[in-house]
Design a protein around this ligand. Structure first.
Ligand SMILES: NC(=O)c1ccc[n+]([C@@H]2O[C@H](COP(=O)([O-])OP(=O)(O)OC[C@H]3O[C@@H](n4cnc5c(N)ncnc54)[C@H](O)[C@@H]3O)[C@@H](O)[C@H]2O)c1
Ligand SMILES: O[C@H]1[C@H](O)[C@@H](O)[C@H](O)[C@@H](O)[C@H]1O
Length: 329
């Protein structure tokens, strides 16, 4: 039996998830799509023989849809995720779970009231083979005890993170999740600064203290112009482990010997998206959630809120976190 998936929002991310499901995820097929832009919805639905729903709510309630993927803009995520919970359907919700911690918590509360997990967050880096090897290296003792993590996250340009706060909630949020997952630790404090004082405060530098004392630096630069560049080095007491971006070839040209920098997230994280969608579809068919949860989405939003407050005040902010509910243990 294949999972019949409905996709809400078929811009860059939604269209890529549809392509990946159709070409590389045998456990699922796309049965319906919905987008505000009706022409785009039909253009994306037709090649994969999917239907086009008249609204997001109609798609979620459709008898032709077993599970939902939310790829519409960030501010729509929380309400749509709650509608999926009310309909009892598994949902892969693109990051962030919400724009504010309060809205994120309302999704967690809806799952707690339903008594079961249905939401997986689109923190696809947890499926990236490079990040997985880094986590394994730490767990296996290959680099000793963790002391520091250095992260760099650059986009050539970003249409989704177009405000100073949005750079934290929509872009840095990837690092706010991945360092918790890499280190199996919670973020205690965060300070976010920018060399740009007015207008779009890009780039930004976050310095983070984990509860264990590990220190983390995160540079996010969403208009770095030259390409999509995500780096991470985990420094331990007996060695370090770093991401090596997948590059099938190197090029020598015009006095330069090197590898190409990817254009965007789709090229850089294609393996991660495929592995994420495959695991999510299998789990949805089995009625379980093993991937990043609504709680992980909520925690990332709480840290991001502290980061946004720090960007405004210039000061280091504590991260106030409630105890993790048993549903997510
Ligand atoms: N995990 C990742 O690496 C990753 C990468 C890119 C984007 N994203 C997330 O995916 C989401 C979409 O990003 P994108 O880059 O595809 O943006 P996009 O602007 O390319 O696409 C968004 C689409 O949603 C549609 N839309 C707008 N309002 C809608 C609504 N209320 N209901 C249904 N459709 C609506 C738009 O018409 C558009 O087609 C964002 O939340 C973003 O943060 C995640
Ligand atoms: O929505 C996108 C997406 O999450 C990308 O993975 C990230 O690199 C961008 O900064 C963000 O704007």
């Amino acid at each position: 039996m294949s999972l019949r998936v409905g996709v809400i929002g078929v811009g860059a991310m939604g269209a890529d998830h549809i392509n990946t499901i159709s070409t590389a995820v045998p456990a699922a097929r796309v049965s319906e799509v919905y987008d505000f832009d009706v022409d785009r919805a039909y253009a994306v639905a037709q090649p994969v023989s999917a239907g086009v729903a008249g609204s997001a709510e109609a798609l979620i309630d459709s008898s032709a849809v077993d599970a939902v993927i939310i790829c519409s803009p960030d501010h729509t995520h929380a309400d749509l995720a709650k509608a999926c919970i009310a309909a009892g359907k598994p949902v892969l919700c693109e990051k962030p779970l919400a724009v504010t911690a309060e809205d994120s918590l309302s999704v967690v509360d809806a799952e707690l009231a339903a008594g079961r997990q249905l939401v997986q967050l689109g923190f696809m880096r947890r499926y990236d083979p490079g990040y997985r090897e880094m986590r394994d290296a730490l767990r296996n003792g290959d680099i000793g005890e963790a002391r520091m993590v250095h992260c760099v996250h650059r986009n050539a340009s970003s249409h989704t993170s177009s405000t100073s706060e949005g750079i934290v909630t929509g872009s840095m949020v990837h690092e706010l999740d991945i360092v918790r997952w890499l280190l199996d630790d919670e973020i205690a404090t965060i300070r976010v600064e920018s060399p740009v004082a007015e207008g779009l405060r890009d780039p930004q530098l976050a310095t983070i203290q984990m509860r264990s004392g590990v220190l983390v630096s995160v540079e996010v630069f969403v208009n770095a112009a030259y390409g999509y560049d995500v780096r991470c080095e985990l420094v331990g007491t007996s060695g370090t482990v770093s991401l090596v971006p997948p590059n099938p070839s190197s090029i020598r040209k015009a006095g330069i010997d090197g590898v190409r920098v990817r254009d965007d997230f789709i090229g850089r994280f294609s393996d991660a998206y495929r592995l994420e969608l495959s695991a999510w579809a299998e789990d949805a068919l089995n009625g379980v959630v093993h991937g990043p949860s609504a709680w992980d989405g909520y925690v990332a939003n709480v840290v991001a809120a502290s980061g946004v407050a720090s960007l405004a005040t210039g000061g280091r902010q504590n991260v106030p976190l409630d105890p993790r509910p048993n549903l997510y243990s």
